[in-house]
Design a protein around this ligand. Structure first.
Ligand code: SAH
Length: 269
């Protein structure tokens, strides 16, 4: 019986941000294939002595698949360690299809994605009552084209939170798309490089007009998340609309409202 291959989300960089399940699998693994310099620290920290550890950065997809299949013949637990969450820009299905074809069991362990880590680093929120209740995770077209209907300009027209991956070298395209969608030049934009990496994280706050210059000045040209959101800077707003969840007049499954209450819901508002 071959072993099982686990696609584990390593989180955004800080080894402490891997899930407990992911860490336990690493500790039990006979072989680990990790995705480049983004996750090596977690791999070497938690993998046991004698574990067969390989960096995939110089490998093609076919070579990676062959490596995983071969290791699964010898080890009960094999880990493919990916940055952030494996299901976001992680070539997951391209890797799992040949495993299924080869009769090898696999499963996915989710991870903290860099969008969440970037907002956490900056003390910002992805959603805010009556400001935006929607988050779009996207990118601009690089070598990978965007499918029809998903160009940034049309997504930005919703004026929700946009977390833009893989696009820091295309910041001018992001600026053009947001302007074309009607975002003001003074709209706040956040860029976080190496979110959660101990000692290496950079947080750049700017506006649609000046974010590119600020990133250039700080030499931020890779491994960075771009966030455009009407929630940015809310920590300093004096007139914040508060969440109904904690409103004394709001009843939900776990708390009765004060007698004056008029609002009820069964699940989180
Ligand atoms: N699966 C990963 C994304 C891989 S695509 C995830 O869920 O986060 C690689 C892109 O993710 C980079 O171009 C960058 O936009 C973003 N990214 C990855 N790690 C990051 C980090 N620590 N800080 C900021 N952005 C990061």
């Amino acid at each position: 019986m071959p072993g099982k291959i686990w696609f584990v989300g390593a989180g955004p960089g800080d080894p402490d941000l891997i899930t407990v399940k992911g860490r336990k699998l690493l500790e039990a693994s006979g072989a680990v294939l990790f995705a480049g310099s983004l996750v090596d620290q977690a791999a070497t920290l938690f993998a046991p002595d004698g574990c067969d550890i390989r960096d995939s950065k110089d490998m093609t997809l076919d070579e990676m698949t062959a490596w995983l299949i071969e290791r699964a013949q010898r080890h009960e637990t094999v880990v493919r360690l990916q940055t952030g969450d494996p299901g976001l820009y992680g070539a997951l299905i391209e890797m799992t299809q040949p495993l299924t074809a080869a009769g090898i069991e696999w499963a996915v362990v989710p991870g903290v994605s860099s969008a969440m880590a970037s907002m956490a680093a900056a003390g910002e929120t992805l959603t805010l009552p009556e400001v935006t209740q929607t988050v779009i995770l996207t990118r601009v077209a690089g070598r990978t084209p965007m499918p029809p209907g998903e160009d940034l300009e049309s997504l930005a027209a919703h004026k929700t939170t946009l977390c833009i991956y893989l696009s820091i070298t295309l910041l001018h395209k992001v600026q053009d798309a947001l302007r074309a969608a009607g975002w003001a030049d003074d709209a706040p934009i956040l860029v976080v490089q190496k979110a959660s990496w101990p000692g290496q994280e950079k947080i750049i706050r700017g506006t649609l007009a000046d974010i590119k210059q600020k990133c250039q000045a700080e030499k931020v040209g890779s491994q960075a998340m771009i966030v455009a959101s009407p929630t940015l800077g809310a920590a300093d707003w004096p007139d914040l609309i508060r969440s109904k969840l904690y409103d004394p007049a709001f009843t939900h499954r776990f708390r009765k409202a004060s007698p004056a209450s008029a609002v009820t819901t069964e699940i989180n508002p």
